[in-house]
Design a protein around this ligand. Structure first.
Ligand code: FES
Length: 142
């Protein structure tokens, strides 16, 4: 599932409580899928997903793709997190490095359009519906 905005590579309407610079950061664990002892540590599942997302989001200034060494959910590779100022944060596990990139951007677009950061149910691809590990409230919490 991919939103029309994501399919057309358009910047969606951005909603952030009085914050014209609202954006979504997608953290991707680049340690997920590392093969212990492998010579090439640059080709983990998480690294491939990170690189793919970086390329897809290159023209989308409201979406930032960041690598992180570990999100402490190592048994649910690949793990990612969506975070946005003054909005809910979601940690998602079990993301497919080969097939979920467009869905990830679609969720990021839905978060941008949401006042609370809660993606609309219709905008939640299977990886999101099956993979939510936790969500954290925005601070300050109201
Ligand atoms: S190695 Fe990816 S969450 Fe720990």
């Amino acid at each position: 599932m991919s939103s029309p905005d994501a399919q057309n590579n358009k910047v969606p309407e951005v909603v952030g409580r009085n914050n014209p610079f609202a954006m979504v950061t997608v953290f991707v664990c680049t340690s997920c899928g590392l093969i212990e002892g492998a010579e090439d540590q640059s080709n983990s599942d998480g690294r491939r997903l990170h690189n793919d997302l970086k390329a897809l989001a290159a023209t989308q200034p409201h979406i930032s793709i960041q690598s992180v060494d570990c999100l402490a959910v190592c048994d649910k590779s690949v793990t990612i997190a969506f975070t946005s100022p003054q909005k809910w944060t979601y940690v998602i596990g079990g993301v497919d490095a080969e097939g979920d990139s467009e869905g990830i951007l679609s969720v990021a677009h839905s978060i941008l359009k949401s006042e609370s950061g809660v993606p609309a149910m219709i905008d939640r691809p299977p990886f999101f519906r099956k993979g939510v590990i936790s969500r954290l409230p925005p601070v300050p919490f109201r």
